[in-house]
Design a protein around this ligand. Sequence first.
Ligand code: FMN
Length: 305
Amino acid sequence: MATVNLRTQVAGLDMPNPTMLASGILGTTAEVLRGVADSGAGAVVTKSVGLKPKEGYPNPTVIQLECGFLNAVGLPNPGIHKFMEEIRSLRDLKVPLIVSVFGFSPKEYAETARLAVEAGARAVELNLSCPHVKGAGAEIGQDPEIVKLIVKAVKDQVDKPVFAKLTPNTSNISDLARAAASAGADAITAINTVKAMAINVETFKPILANKLGGLSGAAIKPIALRCVYEIYEAVNVPIIGCGGIRDWRDAVEFMLAGASAIQIGSAIALEGLSIFKRICEGISEFLERKGFRSVNEIVGLAHKE
Ligand SMILES: Cc1cc2nc3c(=O)[nH]c(=O)nc-3n(C[C@H](O)[C@H](O)[C@H](O)COP(=O)(O)O)c2cc1C
């Protein structure tokens, strides 16, 4: 049994360990979120919620590939007003509850975040991978100026930590991180899914009903790791690493690249909720073996000459 205590602080949130549930994976009801917290996650992030109820895309919305998962779910959610009931019922949760919000304008993000905090969210994570209302196919979060406007609008409305979750579908993720940090983001979450697709060779048609989707899981880990590494060099705010993390080794790699905490998504579908405890035990043993006394001591070590 390793003895290194994994308790850590990320952007002012006190966490028993540096693992978090990633948004969109199981985070739709209070009951399930409580189950994830009980299984050992250091914090939980809800599914993204918007100002108004929204239906998702038709099926198929999620498919499993050899190297991960492809999804185009379409941000289905009950709307923040309804979701506030779930948030309220989690006020006694023993780990921080982070509510993921999205919107189609800075104002929508800000209002949704304000209501989430009013209901009891300990922090909000901005899902900045939302399609533009007018633009064809472009995401809101690909434009540093819009990222800045959204983060600023949310920071003006809430007094809890604001995480900006960035998309890797950009030529320079550091520009997005700098924009978010300059507008006051308290942490950067990197990354959301990588734009991708799959085609059925028998029918000649894209498999997802939405044709294009987002790739997650093992295949994107090296991309996510590179993003965290670049962001660490660009800004001075805590980074939460996400993308393809399956075991303690992956988690440690992200921390060495600069992540103060990590999120786990797709791997839960393959390994179940025991993954949180397994990863924590592995990190703790690693720290002990290497002679470290806390997780903070290894954050960003890969940048040292
Ligand atoms: C089915 C599915 C639904 C998702 N829904 C959301 C969401 O609502 N909001 C969000 O910010 N990210 C969402 N994501 C992205 C994940 O939070 C995460 O950023 C991504 O899957 C990479 O991590 P992973 O490889 O550990 O899954 C979703 C991912 C999947 C697979």
